[in-house]
Design a protein around this ligand. Structure first.
Ligand code: APR
Length: 252
């Protein structure tokens, strides 16, 4: 049974909206909690992907790409198909609207579902890559992950190399330019809003600390407490969609 989305009290929403209104350069840093209201599981809360099966976490690795390719392909085809059955939710849409209105300068995400882009956010920094693209391990040729679902889709049409999703696998480094740009963005911001992340995976979870060190205000909307709660000037234990909707109404 899906948890009833929880919206925070009106006074808290007004305070949060005030922080957003006063800030000059706002960056949103998002995690899988952004997409659960679309119907996609996150990773570590009840029902999350890594909670459903330890095997899933093992398959999301370079080791599985190299040594268990058939199961690796099956797992990622399942995840790519899942993306096609769901769509961005109000939280994604409000962030995209706030970017258009100049209220949010940029979105940095750990998510690979492509929902920020589908909702209209632009120039999103994709720390963990994207499930919307696949590429050849040999020649790097890139194409839409729809092709990966075809029987022949696992072999590169140019060099016959293995095709793989363009996500960061466990055991792999993040793209250094994306990581550098993300640190640049959060340390130049005067407000960083974290939405739906347990903040346990590094180096992504170093971004809030870097922002705090650089003097930014930090706010988080997350259903559960995180290990970095001490960093936040405001911590809303609530669901993202109802919270952003209430904030958008308060912003007028
Ligand atoms: N509203 C607010 N918070 C939510 C919601 C929601 N609708 N749904 C879930 N959450 C919270 C959960 O309570 C949890 O604390 O979002 C958090 C999601 O945490 P994780 O599942 O750990 O996801 P994330 O932090 O994005 O994981 C980081 O780990 O496995 C890797 O590559 C994967 O990008 C992922 C990274």
């Amino acid at each position: 049974m899906a948890m009833e989305p929880r919206a925070p009290e009106a006074a808290t929403v007004r305070r949060f909206a005030g922080m957003l209104r006063q800030a000059h350069r706002v960056v949103a840093f998002t995690g899988a909690g952004m997409s659960t209201e679309s119907g996609l599981p996150d990773f570590r809360s009840a029902g999350g992907l890594w909670k459903q099966s330890r095997r899933f976490e093992e398959l999301a690795s370079v080791d599985a790409l190299e040594h268990e390719y058939a199961e690796f392909v099956e797992f990622y085809r399942w995840r790519i198909r899942m993306l096609r059955s769901f769509r961005p939710n109000a939280g994604h849409e409000i962030l995209a609207q706030w970017q258009r209105q100049g209220r949010v300068h940029r979105v940095v995400t750990q998510n690979v579902d492509g929902f920020h882009e589908r909702a209209g956010s632009t120039d999103v920094l994709l720390l963990h890559g994207t499930l919307r693209r696949v590429h050849c391990v040999e020649c790097g040729r890139s194409q839409s992950s729809d092709a990966f679902l075809e029987p022949e889709g696992t072999r590169c049409s140019t060099c016959r190399g293995k095709m793989r999703p363009s996500v960061v696998l466990f055991g792999e480094a993040l793209d250094s330019a994306t990581l550098h740009n993300s640190f640049q963005e959060v340390t130049a911001a005067d407000l960083v809003i974290v939405l739906g992340s347990s903040l346990v995976v590094s180096p992504a979870n170093l971004l809030p600390e870097a922002a705090a060190q650089a003097g930014a205000q930090l706010a988080i909307v997350n259903r559960e407490r995180t290990l970095l709660s001490h960093l936040f000037h405001m911590e809303l234990r609530a669901s993202i969609g109802p919270t952003l909707k209430a904030m958008d109404r308060a912003l007028g």
